[in-house]
Design a protein around this ligand. Structure first.
Ligand code: ZN
Ligand code: FE
Ligand code: ZN
Ligand code: FE
Length: 268
């Protein structure tokens, strides 16, 4: 099994050290475990990103876990927030060659952290179609401007039940096209299965279209605690099989590699 999206205590809203996450991954017999901590920003906003000053400590923590768990392939990644005002910093940070890969994610729409429970009331004031419209535009901006490998949880605005309005399908198409044209990889993120929406990101219709467009995929559980290190992976893998996917992508030092689906299914 493979999971490229795991957080640690260093983002201050997850629990578990890299070592504890790795221990759980070893117990669950993962083959590849990728850490993708919320990347630092040039200034502290909302207090849920890795503090910039702790980046070296994060790297050291992942490396220590790697040296203690040779049975796992442990990767060093980041989940980079795309916030247009910080483009220069983000570009520089995401370009670091020591990283195995970067997941690009949008959690902010014009300063609003739309997937944060504490900012849930804002949804009442917003037009859902407008939210999605702005969201997909931000994703495409990110795709065009930032160096990264994996598009994280593509339909995240549905997290609290605000599903994609059907009239926004053109935006999905344009976004998938941009992803394909840049040669990026789409993440199937199982965190949604643990939310009230009870469905992975992105939804089936988007993933089916991605499969038609031959956009490669990877897997992530977005674990914020050791217990979730392998959550939903079996289900996700089975689903990808029904869509005709034959391999799961991962990255070592920014080089794209693939694990055949059939091989992953065999592993206990
Ligand atoms: Zn998080
Ligand atoms: Fe995220
Ligand atoms: Zn538009
Ligand atoms: Fe995440």
């Amino acid at each position: 099994m493979i999971n490229l999206h795991v957080h640690t205590w260093r983002c201050r809203h997850a629990i578990g050290t890299a070592m504890e996450m790795a221990e759980e991954a070893a117990r669950a017999r993962l083959r590849v475990l990728g850490f993708a901590e919320h990347a630092p920003l040039p200034e502290e906003i909302d207090g849920w990103h890795l503090p910039l000053i702790e980046f070296p400590a994060y790297v050291a923590e992942v490396e220590e876990a790697r040296s203690r768990h040779p049975e796992l392939e442990i990767l060093l990644g980041l989940e980079m927030d795309f916030i247009p005002e910080y483009e220069e910093f983000i570009t520089e940070f995401a370009s670091q060659t020591s990283l195995d890969y970067v997941i690009g994610s949008v959690h902010y729409i014009d300063g609003w952290n739309f997937d944060y429970e504490g900012a849930l009331a804002e949804w009442e004031k917003r037009d859902r179609a407008e939210v999605y419209h702005r969201y997909f535009h931000l994703i495409r901006e990110m795709v065009e401007r930032i160096p990264f490998e994996i598009v994280g949880h593509l339909d995240l605005p549905k997290k609290f039940g605000h599903r994609l309005p059907p009239e926004l399908w053109d935006e999905v198409e344009a976004t998938l096209e941009a992803i394909r044209n840049k040669g990026l990889v789409l993440e199937l993120n199982t965190a949604g299965l643990r939310r009230e929406i009870a469905e992975a990101y992105p939804e089936g219709r988007i993933l089916r279209r991605a499969a038609e467009l031959r956009i490669p995929v990877t897997l992530g559980t977005d674990a914020h605690e050791p217990e979730h290190v392998a959550a939903g992976l079996d289900q996700a893998l089975a689903y990808l099989g029904t869509l005709g996917y034959e391999e799961i992508i991962y990255f070592r030092r920014r080089r794209q590699l693939a694990l055949p689906l059939a091989e992953l299914r065999k592993s206990p």
